[in-house]
Design a protein around this ligand. Structure first.
Ligand SMILES: Cc1cc2nc3c(=O)[nH]c(=O)nc-3n(C[C@H](O)[C@H](O)[C@H](O)COP(=O)(O)OP(=O)(O)OC[C@H]3O[C@@H](n4cnc5c(N)ncnc54)[C@H](O)[C@@H]3O)c2cc1C
Length: 387
């Protein structure tokens, strides 16, 4: 059997199939395996999440991921990491990171791959696949190879600079599988030029925020950038947002700012608004809010109505992003191979025996926080039991 893609999902699948005695060849056009693992989590790889559950994944069919996530859980992967002696810690919200380097995860997988007897061929592109009586004939950048079974673990389109191509979606379409709409996700959002100019002085300012889109809310850090907004809270909501829609921001969760400003006015009316705001917000943000229309001057000059407007600008800011930074910086691709055409217990294409899709190429997309790797491990493991 052949696995296209030596990323998290492809390596996991190859290891499991190799352990079962299958003859396995993994092909990847990159020069090294697990490149996205290596760069992930700021070089420390947020390799799973203690709380991973189906609710943390987006898909046109939210139930599809249940089977794989149950069969190979975060606890299974953590146990594997512990057996290897890799030190790790919980950073926040159940997110597990290596203490040392993400390379340790790549090394662990490559060691396992070798121990399982699977072969790895790098710097090799798969350019075409054709079905024949013996399975699948693969055309490579150099030569050809025949596979009895084929696992497509090509990942998504994010970070084209690293070799992401969308080849997996092309293969799915070629073999008659449906592909849902794909779009960049876990991605910084951009702002239209006028708003961007107004917020430009805030680039680099970070706050803890609650960001919301319809009924979805995330309480995490957000960051003003030269292009718009970023930080975990924004990346999370980007997976839910669509062009033309509004996003809500509370940049001071847990504080009734209107009441706090009224108290400050009662105590010291000669205090400047931006000084009063600085007690709650980073200085530059306090300054920018205070400079907004109608909110200049000392607290004593400001009516309740004006204070309410200021509080709303901080706690109930609603805005329409102009777009996202796109695949160039997106951590993942939302959407992918339509799960209606895959068997959730095996990851095999329902109508094409011997053809499997695992990992990010499938229409299952995790939140930020280690969920995407857990999906890669779980789906790769699941296919590896049967392929
Ligand atoms: C900057 C960044 C940071 C991230 N951090 C985290 C994190 O901390 N935690 C988390 O859970 N997720 C994180 N992610 C998401 C995570 O990396 C992916 O969801 C995960 O790597 C998907 O695994 P995969 O095996 O499906 O695909 P990939 O890891 O993308 O692997 C696909 C492989 O297929 C190869 N390939 C593609 N086409 C071909 C072809 N035609 N021929 C040969 N080879 C081909 C590619 O070279 C690649 O090696 C991050 C992503 C990015 C971009």
């Amino acid at each position: 059997m052949v696995v296209i893609g030596a990323g998290a999902a492809g390596l996991m699948c190859a290891i499991e199939a190799g352990k079962r005695g299958r003859s396995v060849l993994v092909l990847d056009h990159a020069r090294a395996p697990g490149e996205k693992i290596r760069i992930s989590g700021g070089g420390r790889c947020n390799f799973t999440n203690l709380h991973a559950a189906p609710r943390n994944f987006l898909s046109a069919n939210p139930g599809f991921c249940i089977s794989a996530l149950r069969r190979y859980t975060q606890a299974d992967f953590v146990a594997r990491v512990e057996r290897q002696g890799i030190a790790y810690h919980e950073k926040t919200l159940g997110q597990l990171f290596c203490d040392g380097s993400s390379r340790q995860i790549v090394e662990m997988l490559v060691d396992d791959l070798q121990a399982a007897g699977a072969r790895l061929r790098l710097s090799t592109s798969v350019t075409a696949v054709a079905k024949n009586d013996a399975g699948f004939a693969l055309t490579l950048s150099e030569g050809r190879v025949q596979a009895g079974a084929l696992v497509v673990a090509c990942g998504g389109k994010s970070i084209p600079k690293m070799g992401a191509t969308g080849f997996g979606y092309e293969l799915a379409t070629q073999f008659g599988l449906r592909v849902t709409e794909t779009r960049p996700a876990l991605v910084p959002l951009t702002l239209e030029p006028t708003m961007l100019a107004r917020l430009a002085p805030l680039a680099g300012v970070a706050v803890d925020a609650v960001v919301s889109h319809r009924k979805t809310r995330f309480a995490e850090a957000m960051l003003f950038t030269h292009r718009g907004l970023s930080g975990p809270a924004i990346l999370q909501i980007s997976s839910f947002w669509r062009e033309g829609e509004e996003i809500g921001l509370d940049m001071l969760p847990g504080t009734d700012l209107f009441e706090a400003l009224r108290s400050a006015r009662a105590e010291n009316g000669r205090q400047a608004l931006h000084t009063a705001l600085s007690a709650h917000l980073p200085k530059r943000l306090a300054q920018a809010i205070a400079e907004q229309d109608g909110a200049r001057g000392n607290l004593a000059d400001l009516s309740d109505k004006a204070l309410r407007r200021v509080a709303d600008a901080v706690k109930a800011w609603r805005f329409k992003p102009s777009g996202s930074e796109g695949y160039r910086t997106a951590e993942v691709t939302l959407g992918g191979v339509d799960t209606r055409d895959l068997d959730s217990r095996t990851m095999e294409a329902v109508a094409v025996p011997g053809l499997y899709f695992v990992g990010e190429v499938v229409d299952v997309t995790g939140w930020l926080g280690g969920y995407n790797f857990q999906w890669a491990w779980s789906s790769g493991w699941t296919a590896g039991q049967v392929v």
